[in-house]
Design a protein around this ligand. Structure first.
Ligand SMILES: NC(=O)C1=CN([C@@H]2O[C@H](COP(=O)(O)OP(=O)(O)OC[C@H]3O[C@@H](n4cnc5c(N)ncnc54)[C@H](O)[C@@H]3O)[C@@H](O)[C@H]2O)C=CC1
Ligand SMILES: O=C(O)CCC(=O)C(=O)O
Length: 429
């Protein structure tokens, strides 16, 4: 057992599932499997830096509110810190620390030269106007000016943020340093150096990993019954690409509620409906409403949680009927629920593999920006697919070789590579 970090990991409510403890448990399991040196495990269990800043913001009505913004930098052993920026009311330092650690293993697993980080502000963006969100984002970026940069720490979108926020971050950083620095963030609009294919990348990666897993079971995407929780950047793109590949998307949900259609939803029509209705899918014709809790337990081939952490827990795991659970979100299955699913022989495609398409195309965006040479979408998708399929095969091979489930296999690869680099660099005292 390693010592718990002494950094102020506030926000873990007693009795609740603690994201950072869960992340450390997976790390410890990988360390045990790899017979990792205790000192290396100790180092990897602690985020390198935890930054919390105050963000004073003047609201449109003239009131002043002070928000807390975080950026946790877990590791830069393999390269600059990398990870998304989350705007959601449940953001805490604890959650962001867990997500930062996941980024370290994800980048190492995919073989991209980055460390891991994550940032966030505990707000519901829907409660703020666009100009308030712009002021919040710009002040958050200014407060982090010495902590981020194209060779230091490169934010990207996550829950509640998108290309719009990345453009504001890029502009604020550039104004502060006196020249344009597109490489400070990824997931930017194309107009300021974004990459073709980034918007759909995480969902595309999910589709690729599900396709490969089905192929290993002797099946194809054609006609496969899929349930998706979350219809945002990731869930929406995964739904569209799986639909195009012939899958039947029988249910999807947002925080507001879900919809179900036994013969499959018309996803292009649903996307158009959501675009017209402020992202709401409720009331979509030719579908019936379904509660979020019920959606997760529907009979299906593939369940794709693409919203938030801790959705499949000890409480509902026995009712999960899917043969494959593809973790499009980060940490949607709790530690205990994961044990139950694995023991039942359900294929759990772990987050650090299944949702890595986003950070892979972020890396390709950064590479394009640094080389001042931009690729067409076909090339971006091809390069991403190559890295995703390669990582999938390595995980399968590791799983067979070590006789361990896919998550532990993925972790041993990611953690093992970081530990090796740590030891080779001599950072280990
Ligand atoms: N955006 C990206 O490129 C990446 C995102 N991820 C992960 O994917 C997950 C989703 O992220 P995004 O799609 O970017 O966020 P988003 O903000 O675009 O969408 C989130 C979706 O989840 C829904 N949702 C929230 N709570 C829900 C609930 N209780 N039940 C059902 N739906 C609910 C929201 O209504 C929304 O449709 C997060 O775990 C994120 O960390 C992972 C890799 C990359
Ligand atoms: O694109 C990126 O840099 C990070 C995406 C992210 O936050 C994630 O993979 O969880």
């Amino acid at each position: 057992m390693v010592s718990m970090p002494t950094l102020p990991l506030v926000g873990a409510t007693p009795g609740h599932i603690c994201p950072f403890d869960q992340a450390c448990s997976y790390l410890e399991a990988a360390a045990k499997e790899l017979s990792l040196d205790q000192g290396i495990l100790e180092i990897l269990s602690h985020p390198r830096r935890v930054v919390t800043v105050s963000i004073p913001v003047k609201l449109d009505n003239g009131d002043i509110r002070v928000l807390a913004g975080h950026r946790v930098q877990h590791s830069d052993i393999l390269g600059p810190y990398k990870g998304g920026t989350r705007y959601h009311p449940a953001v805490t330092v604890n959650e962001v620390s867990a997500l930062a650690m996941l980024m370290t293993w994800k980048c190492a697993l995919l073989g991209i030269p980055y460390g891991g980080a994550k940032g966030g502000i505990a707000i519901d963006p829907q409660n703020y106007s666009v100009s308030e969100l712009e002021r919040i984002t710009r002040r958050y970026t200014s407060e982090l000016i010495k902590d981020i940069g194209p060779a230091l720490d490169i934010p990207a979108p996550d829950v509640g943020t998108s290309a719009r926020e990345m453009a504001w971050m890029m502009d604020t950083y550039s104004m502060n340093v006196g020249h344009a620095v597109p490489g400070v963030v990824t997931g930017k609009p194309l107009s300021v150096g974004g990459s073709r294919g980034r918007e759909m990348a995480t969902g595309r990666g999910v589709m690729i990993i599900v396709r490969e897993a089905l192929a290993d079971l002797g099946k194809s995407l054609d006609g496969v019954r899929v349930v998706i929780q979350g219809f945002g950047n990731v869930g929406g793109a995964a739904a569209e690409l799986l639909y195009q590949a012939g899958a039947k998307i029988i249910a999807v949900s947002t925080a507001e509620g879900g919809i179900f259609a036994n013969d499959g939803l018309d996803i292009p029509a649903l996307k158009a409906y959501a675009a017209e209705n402020h992202k709401s899918i409720v009331g979509f014709p030719q579908s019936e409403p379904i509660k979020n809790a019920e959606l997760l337990t529907l009979s299906c081939d593939v369940l794709i949680p693409a919203a938030l952490e801790n959705q499949i827990t000890e409480e509902n795991v026995d009712q999960i009927q899917a043969q494959i659970v593809a973790e499009a979100a980060n940490g949607p299955v709790t530690l205990e629920a994961n044990r139950v699913l694995e023991a039942r022989g359900v294929t759990v495609l772990p987050d650090i593999l299944a949702n890595a398409g986003g950070v892979v195309v972020s890396y390709l965006e950064w590479v394009q920006g640094l080389s001042y040479l931009f690729w067409d979408e076909e090339r971006v998708n091809r390069e991403m697919e190559h890295l995703m399929v390669q990582a999938y095969r390595q995980v399968m091979q590791q799983s067979k070789m070590r006789q361990v489930p896919l998550r532990l296999a993925a972790y041993t690869l990611g953690v093992g590579r970081v530990a090796q680099a740590l030891s080779d660099r001599g950072l280990y005292p």
